[in-house]
Design a protein around this ligand. Structure first.
Ligand SMILES: NC(=O)c1ccc[n+]([C@@H]2O[C@H](COP(=O)([O-])OP(=O)(O)OC[C@H]3O[C@@H](n4cnc5c(N)ncnc54)[C@H](OP(=O)(O)O)[C@@H]3O)[C@@H](O)[C@H]2O)c1
Length: 336
């Protein structure tokens, strides 16, 4: 018997063209406008996803402004590295996923276009089933950030029960999820944030305590009081002088991890393992994330829900900073 979602996916017409937020040149937020572009076709090993929610990352704004890994992109360039939706078609050789599946996906530079679009075609290996707990809007806001947070806590820091763990940059898109993943492993989580609103959110998500690393705050003394025996591990999501000060409290034999992109990167420290990593998206990683979401009873804080047509506003928002949770684009009506 076909499920409601399978029927929805089959009856959802796949048009030959679609709406997408794209750029024709690099520049400020207003270069990001709605375009009508051909709907991508899923090739062998790929799935076509009808997108509901697309995450907006600080790196998307950097790409829009002119950062590109190598060579030149083809314009119009549809932005967006991650999101969630319904599988509506698949190419040859795809067995793990089928039309009607609720999936989230991550593809950093996708030659077939990004997630700020009604449809996206991605390598099926880079997509996974969304756990029941999340609708497709919230899943779209937590795909790459979920992978980054979970892999930081579980794979790179290997956080254990009873450990004292600092999440530096705890109120942002990755941090809000990392706090919850660390807590689910039984760690004592201390969140480093800026501002009372950020502190409140991070405490609500399960941190035992927060330190305010804003200027004029005595955060170092506060952290020493909260962690009298030092820190066992730290996940770093923002770099700088204050970060380095706090990391001085990581004990010998302790661990520090940060995703590439954190600038300045935490410096090496004798006797402490310092690991840089990139989020990885594969079948096992999606299974791990789905389990992590259920175990942590994960909440995905949304700092703003912005319609696709106003994608430029979403970029202005992430560029202003102090985003509590993640900004997400609503691509089609409803939360999926
Ligand atoms: N390589 C990968 O696979 C990968 C994947 C995901 C993310 N990343 C990187 O991971 C980092 C975090 O990503 P995100 O999406 O979580 O970003 P985000 O939402 O902007 O969060 C960054 C957090 O750090 C805080 N922060 C920024 N500058 C600070 C400073 N000078 N002092 C103290 N706190 C500061 C922010 O607080 P305020 O709100 O007060 O500014 C915010 O809470 C980024 O560098 C991103 O590029 C890499």
């Amino acid at each position: 018997m076909a499920t409601v979602l399978e029927i929805a996916a089959r009856t959802l017409q796949i048009p030959t063209t679609m709406k997408a937020a794209a750029i024709d040149r690099f520049g400020p937020p207003d270069v990001l406008t709605v375009h009508t572009v051909p709907t991508p076709e899923p090739g062998p090993g790929e799935v076509l996803i009808a997108v509901y929610g697309a995450g907006v990352g600080v790196w998307d704004a950097e790409i829009r402004a002119g950062w590109w890994p190598k060579g030149k992109p083809t314009f119009p360039l549809v932005l967006g590295t991650d999101g969630a939706g319904l599988v509506v078609a698949k190419g040859t050789g795809v067995r793990r996923l089928a039309p009607g599946d609720r999936v989230w996906a991550y593809e950093f530079i996708n030659p077939k276009g990004g997630f700020y679009a009604e449809f996206v075609a991605v390598n099926a290996e880079h997509a996974g089933l969304v756990p029941k707990r999340l609708d497709l809007l919230h899943a779209g806001a937590a795909a790459v950030t979920g992978l980054t947070a979970l892999q930081g806590i579980d794979d790179h820091l290997e956080v254990e029960s009873g450990e004292t763990v600092l999440i530096y940059g705890a109120s942002g898109a990755v941090g809000t999820l990392a706090v919850q993943f660390a807590k689910r492993r039984g760690a004592r989580v201390i969140g480093a944030v800026r501002g009372r609103d950020a502190a409140r959110l991070v405490k609500d998500l399960g941190a035992e305590a927060t330190i305010n690393v804003a200027k004029d705050e005595d955060y170092f003394e506060h952290l020493k009081t909260l962690a009298p025996h030092g820190l066992d591990a730290a996940l770093v999501l923002a770099g700088g002088e204050a970060t380095e000060e706090c990391l001085a409290l990581v004990n010998a034999g302790g661990r520090i991890a940060y995703p590439n992109g954190v600038e300045p990167a935490p410096r090496k420290r004798p006797g402490i393992s310092v690991t840089a990593y990139d989020a990885e998206a594969g079948p096992q990683q999606w299974t791990n994330l789905a389990r992590g979401v259920e175990d942590a009873k994960l909440d995905v804080p949304l700092a703003a829900v912005v319609p696709l047509a106003r994608a430029a506003k979403a970029h202005e928002r992430v560029e202003r900073g102090h985003v509590l949770g993640r900004v997400v684009l609503r691509v089609r009506p409803g939360n999926g």
